[in-house]
Design a protein around this ligand. Structure first.
Ligand SMILES: Nc1ncnc2c1ncn2[C@@H]1O[C@H](COP(=O)(O)OP(=O)(O)O)[C@@H](O)[C@H]1O
Ligand SMILES: [Mg+2]
Length: 258
């Protein structure tokens, strides 16, 4: 991601972790724009929030290569809106039935998937909405998180359930991140595992645990297949143009040309 201009929007106005991290970031990542959408109050909350959010999204896509939106875990109008505009949706999932429950309910005896749950249902609707607007299909990636360091797959039943559900709902499953203290330690410094810590903190030995975490992050980024090449950039520019033109009324000649 080096050299990419990245905008971030924090929709989790209670937790604000992304905002706190972005404030401290010292990295060479060109964090050009950061927005945090304030908690709105009043009669027209949905409309006010949506207008503010749309404004920020348009600014971001016009000035940056990538826009990262951190969504809150609780359901809200804005959270659904964010899901419907995402090209790539990453859902981190802890390896437990408690977390799997937001995607699907399972049979207590056989652990077979019996019903699709609220979050998966919301994503299904958001993707359908997106498809009807510009024909694009959100790439949904469920990243397993906080995996125990011992044993590649301690809970094979969850793996099987997730893979089955992925086929049903159209998401890809990826081994995301193991449970590592290093991720927590980098947060207050505004760093990521990808940063060159030798440069930022000279005279410290390269930490093998940090190198493993860095590899984990790189693997996840590869899995996401982000538009980092020229073709991807052209597509992103075309999208930005499309967003920018949404506000402009059509000229008479544009209508006559179609
Ligand atoms: N891979 C990981 N390794 C270690 N701790 C993690 C990992 N992922 C999340 N955590 C910890 O789990 C807690 C919740 O994570 P967070 O990303 O803030 O979730 P959310 O935004 O959904 O509340 C935090 O204390 C965070 O440090
Ligand atoms: Mg959070």
């Amino acid at each position: 991601m080096a050299g990419q201009r990245v905008a971030t929007i924090d929709l989790d106005s209670r937790q604000k972790s992304l905002t706190h991290w972005a404030k401290r970031t010292l990295t060479d990542l060109e964090l050009a724009v950061h927005f945090s959408v304030a908690r709105a109050e009043g009669a027209n909350v949905h409309e006010n929030e949506a207008v503010e959010f749309a404004d920020k999204v348009i600014t971001a896509v016009q000035h940056c290569h990538f826009l990262v939106i951190d969504a809150p875990p609780h359901d809200s109008y804005l959270m659904r809106l964010a899901h419907s505009i995402a090209d790539t949706l990453v859902s981190p999932l802890n390896d437990s039935f408690l977390d799997l429950d937001v995607l699907a309910m399972v049979d207590p005896v056989t652990f077979a998937v019996t019903e699709v749950s609220h979050y998966a249902e919301m994503v299904r609707k958001a993707r359908r909405l997106r498809r009807s607007v510009d024909g694009a299909m959100t790439d949904w990636v469920v990243a397993r998180n906080r995996l125990p360091l011992l044993g590649a797959c301690v809970k094979p039943i969850i793996c099987e359930g997730l893979n089955e559900l992925g086929l049903r709902l159209g998401f890809r499953v990826t081994e995301g991140f193991a449970e590592r203290a290093i991720y927590r330690e980098l947060f207050p410094r505004g760093l990521t595992a990808l940063d060159d810590l030798d440069e930022i903190m000279p005279c410290t030995e390269p930490d093998p645990l940090c190198l493993t975490a860095r590899q984990e992050v790189r693997t996840l980024l590869d899995t996401l297949r982000l538009p980092l090449d020229e073709r991807g950039r052209r597509r992103a520019a075309a999208r930005a143009q499309w967003f920018a033109s949404c506000d402009n009324p059509l000229d008479t000649h544009e209508i006559l040309d179609t």
